[in-house]
Design a binder for this molecule. Structure first.
Ligand SMILES: Nc1ncnc2c1ncn2[C@@H]1O[C@H](COP(=O)(O)OP(=O)(O)OP(=O)(O)O)[C@@H](O)[C@H]1O
Ligand SMILES: [Mg+2]
Length: 246
């Protein structure tokens, strides 16, 4: 892609929820350190299934998933954090009855000691970046607005200091202004040398901010390119890639 180290590489991955039905077919996908790989596709194309497969919720039937050059197939989802992989899922991952601060620090329990100091500094950063979270740190996370809950998700990810962050539909249900804030945080994550796999229905924004864009259609990657490849009539191109009549 660009000479940056490859963090994540899927090769020939086929996966599905039933033995005889493949939702993902022969997927090749790469995420590099400090770069954003955007993944776009229609509802039901299999985008979230790719993340579930990477995270170990769904074992691939064929193919390989390598992270920092090592096979991670079969690794339990709760162990990903130890490897430096973090996921911000399409659905909320917060415990609504726990406080904001407990939600933020929960994934850090049991982490190595050298993590503690850096985490304290990061918690300060998080509260400076998201003053509303500082103000509401003792409140149940479920009492926050949708946009503020999304802030908690991103703040939680930032605290975990991942090297790879998988982000599924972060702007769903948010106002245009809050959505734009979300995209700016993602850019900040990439600037901090994280590799990002970004799925979002805001195709134009994904194309603009990604270093590489993959189009997923009916479980297959049908197009793959840089933002320059997507110049021109994006609407028409995406329609073609998705095999839609217009
Ligand atoms: N737990 C499950 N059990 C069985 N089938 C599932 C499950 N989750 C998803 N599917 C099916 O797999 C296909 C891909 O779903 P997936 O959620 O990956 O799509 P998506 O591209 O993320 O869509 P969206 O844009 O709506 O989030 C769909 O046909 C869906 O019905
Ligand atoms: Mg999805």
């Amino acid at each position: 892609m660009s000479g940056a180290p490859t963090l994540l590489e899927l090769r020939g991955v086929t996966a599905g929820y039933a033995q005889d039905i493949d939702v993902l077919r022969d997927i090749d996908l790469r995420v590099e350190a400090g770069r954003i790989t955007g993944l776009i596709g229609l509802n039901g194309a299999g985008k979230s299934t790719i993340i579930k497969t990477i995270c170990g919720f769904l074992p691939p039937k064929t193919g390989t998933i390598a992270y920092e050059g090592k096979d991670i197939c079969g690794i339990a989802p709760h162990r990903l954090i130890d490897l430096g992989i973090c996921c911000i899922p399409q659905e909320s991952s917060l415990f609504p009855y726990l406080s904001v601060q407990d939600n933020l620090t929960l994934p850090l329990l049991g982490r190595p000691k050298q993590f503690a100091d850096k985490t304290r500094t990061r918690l300060q950063e998080v509260f400076e970046l998201f003053p509303a979270l500082h103000e509401k740190r003792s409140q149940p996370a479920g009492s926050l607005s949708g946009g503020q809950q999304k802030q908690v998700e991103f703040a939680k990810a930032w605290l975990q200091q991942p090297r790879l962050c998988l982000i599924d539909e972060p702007s769903i249900g948010l106002s245009p202004k809050v959505s734009e804030e979300v995209f700016v945080w993602i850019e900040k994550f990439a600037q901090a040398a994280m590799g990002i796999l970004l799925i979002d229905h805001n195709v134009r924004r994904v194309v603009r901010m990604s270093d590489r864009i993959c189009v997923l259609s009916l479980g297959r990657i049908t197009a793959d390119g840089t933002p320059a490849d997507f110049e021109g009539d994006l609407h028409r191109q995406v329609q073609e890639w998705l095999g839609l009549d217009f």
